[in-house]
Ligand binder design. Sequence first.
Ligand code: MN
Ligand code: MN
Length: 445
Amino acid sequence: MELWHERNREEIEKFSGEYVEFINTALTERLAIEFYKDLLEKNGFVPLQSFTGKEEKVYYVNKNKSLIAARIVDHPKYGFNIIAAHVDAPRIDLKPNPLYEDEGIAMMKTHYYGGVKLYQWYNIPLALVGVIVKEDGSKIDIKIGIEESDPVFVLPDILPHLDRKDQNVSEKFQGEKMNLIVGSIPLKGEEKKPVKKYILKLLKEKYDISEEDFVSADLELVPAVKAREVGFDRSFIGAYGHDDRICSYQAVRALIDAETLEKSAAIILFDKEEIGSEGDVGAKARFYKKFFRKILKVFGENDTEYALDELVENSFVISADVAALINPTFKDVHDKYNAPKAGNGIALVKYTGIRGKAGASEAHAETVAHVRRVLNKAGIKWQVATLGKIGIGGGGTVAKFLAQEGFSVIDMGPGLISMHSPYELVSKVDLYESYLSYRELISKR
Ligand code: MN
Ligand code: MN
């Protein structure tokens, strides 16, 4: 089955266009959650606080960084079809005390977040996005570098003329050498650190920010580049942050668009996946269980702990995350018999982990069979995927943290080329096929 010719091209383009609008807006986990909150509300989802048990659609936002939403069509203890994805993406953060002056240039110290190949982030335009919370609790939204008229920021590398020493990439590019250029005009009449002082003056005037305010901030540097169609045939979408906002988008759309649900459905969007799912907003956190317990309580369950166990046991979870597509130039890192190819549909990942599957929660044969049955019946194209050859590397997703709570989980998602780079590529037809897969699986028993 040639997917490009099998599917309606107009539908692929329409969905891709809507996704591009989202990915250009959702530059951080906070902005992604804000986008979804609006979208869910527009589609009739009510906040958990006002849920009475009569509404079908309900959502809960956890600390502006993670979210759970559900459509309840049965007693919740009979379980949910759940799609879990993450909304954080690899990036460069500012350090808490970032600003300094050196050789007449104002610079900022950064600290990378997630698995990034540091060299890829040098010499590209970066935007500064996030929030600063002042001592009095007021919030300042920062978004500099997105509008055409905005300035951008750059992590400068060294010119090739002075860089002939034979060094490997990890020697050459180190976290402490990722210092951002933020200015070079000295404050008039100032002798000590005049450039830094001028930047501080500007920050005060323009944004009402003091130097200490950077301490209580979530500020991220993200590529200041819009999503674009890639290739003569425009078959790919290049963008920053596909991993994993792409699956979060497909998941939310699947939940909203699914017509008849044979079982209750939910989506959970986590933060902090790229650094091990830690904290109170990641997949190790309790907030989604709190959501389910509240729902069970509204449905009259008194022993919500026991009812939650029942709910978990009766649920099916898709850990919706991206897979590593074969890149023709570097194909020897894959086992070609078990690697996903561009344009071949959604990738099913039975297990992740490294070496002897260490760190993986392998999907049970029964779980994979369920997925096969539902997708085959709907004529949806899927392929198997593993993360590279044995021993080459590896990785994980939110799957194992949900599996450890008792959920039956499988990893599934579209494949990417150049994953974790500032400009990741996805095939439009895989984007669309993954959405169809999620919509089908969330609807069926
Ligand atoms: Mn991911
Ligand atoms: Mn990732």
